[in-house]
Design a protein around this ligand. Structure first.
Ligand SMILES: [Zn+2]
Length: 77
């Protein structure tokens, strides 16, 4: 389930929403404005991208799984 981070265009409040539907209305919890800028998804791009990408690449072993599981036990795919 994707979690998106938003920045309110009106008051600058940062907030996160779990988006279950494209039609879901996203409003600022502070001023209830529907105007916002979507930041990158928490899962796709962590804020400290350099750090986590380095750790994820090092955990990808010879088995080639990016999830850290062995191909036989992998429950990620
Ligand atoms: Zn706001």
């Amino acid at each position: 389930m994707p979690i998106y981070e938003y920045v309110c265009d009106d008051c600058g409040e940062r907030y996160e929403r779990i988006v279950m539907s494209q039609r879901q209305k996203i409003t600022c919890p502070k001023c209830e404005s529907a105007k916002h800028t979507i930041q990158l998804s928490v899962f796709a791009a962590p804020a400290n991208g350099g750090k986590s990408s380095a750790s994820s690449s090092s955990s990808a072993g010879p088995s080639g799984g990016s999830c850290g599981c062995t191909p036989r036990t992998c429950g990620c795919h």
